[in-house]
Design a protein around this ligand. Structure first.
Ligand code: SAH
Length: 332
């Protein structure tokens, strides 16, 4: 099935429930044909809440006064051990842009995970870095990198970010990651201030041409202490339609049911799976730092421990007829 831009616009705006149900059903067929009834699990480890950037939407932006933390290598490896025992075979190290995490330190951590857990994929999500830095991290053993493009419209990008950040550099990072052989994740928030159907059309076009291996899409949720703290949250419904459209135009994409969806709706992640998503990312961060990684308000922190998050996710997926394998879940 291929879409024209007017089909896509119609699907994003229609109030015909049958059209939307058909869209979701088609997305599930497309996903099942490529990956089967499987949902891949990634263990998210939030390694630092320090950030030099000042993104207007983010609760960890530099100007927010909050308690900050960073995990030690030992703490990160402990999270991985716990995760490995629970069946995780991908670890995602995410954080703010924290100068403490130099190439040397991150390479050491990546190397340690690589040698202790050789059957696991290592994903990094540490913001923008230079090409040389991405190359060194790859060399040390990283397989994948998540860096949402946030919006494919340069004017919209400028509205979401301070003047010192640039759309061009974000895109350059994504191209560098791709050239270096990473499996690359892009993505965007739904309902961020200034977003329109026109900017969403550009996001879809970008994904269709760049074809990232992963695409993270979640609703915008206002974060305390940010310039957007009083803006309305994005729509769950629109997020689900976007997931389905992206699944259909890019059948092999790895598409997470994001925690932001789970935060806005109790069945948000299940609904994402029913719209074509096939990845979940339970939190493996230590109990006492979870609440501090507050990129948005009321961030879902299911379970007080990793084991609980993993069990919760497995039960939720089983309830909707999906299996969660113990596998890296690479792009196929
Ligand atoms: N510093 C890293 C990781 C950022 S956090 C980086 O720059 O890539 C991961 C993602 O959370 C961001 O890319 C953004 O799309 C999303 N995010 C940040 N603030 C948010 C908010 N208020 N609501 C919803 N999603 C948000």
């Amino acid at each position: 099935m291929s879409f024209s831009s007017s089909d896509i616009e119609h699907l994003l705006t229609t109030s015909d429930p049958t059209a939307v149900d058909d869209l979701f059903a088609e997305a599930c067929r497309v996903r099942d044909a490529v990956y089967g009834r499987l949902v891949f699990m990634r263990g998210l480890i939030e390694i630092t809440s320090h950030c030099r950037n000042n993104c207007l939407y983010c609760g960890l932006r530099r100007d927010v006064q909050c308690r900050r933390y960073r995990l030690s290598e030992e703490q990160i490896l402990d999270c991985c051990s716990i995760g490995h025992r629970l069946g995780f075979r991908t670890f995602v190290l995410q954080g703010g842009e924290d100068a403490w995490f130099t190439d040397e330190r991150v390479c050491h951590i990546v190397g340690a995970i690589r040698s202790r857990f050789p059957d696991c994929a290592i994903t990094l999500s540490l913001g923008e870095r230079g090409r040389e830095s991405f190359a060194r991290l790859k060399e040390a053993g990283a397989d994948r990198y998540l860096l949402r493009h946030e919006t494919a419209d340069p004017d919209h990008y400028a509205l979401l970010h301070p003047a010192e950040m640039s759309f061009a550099h974000r895109m350059q990072c994504l191209r560098d990651l791709r050239d270096l052989g990473y499996q690359v994740g892009a993505g965007f928030m739904v309902g961020s201030p200034g977003q329109s159907i026109a900017t969403l059309m550009k996001d879809i076009e970008f994904i269709d041409t760049f074809r990232p291996e992963m695409v993270g899409i979640g609703p915008f949720i206002p974060a305390a202490g940010t310039p957007f703290e009083h803006r309305p949250a994005g729509s769950v419904e629109l997020t689900l339609r976007l997931l389905a459209i992206i699944r259909i135009i890019h059948p092999h994409v790895l598409l997470p049911a994001t925690s932001a969806l789970g935060t806005l709706h109790p069945q948000g992640r299940e609904r994402a799976i029913a719209a074509g998503a096939n990845v979940v990312m339970p939190n493996l961060s230590p109990q006492d730092t979870r609440a501090l990684y507050s990129i948005y308000n009321n961030k879902l922190a299911t379970g007080s421990e990793a084991a609980e998050s993993a069990a919760d996710i497995r039960a939720r997926m089983a309830a909707i007829g999906m299996q969660v394998p113990t596998a890296r879940g690479d792009y196929q």
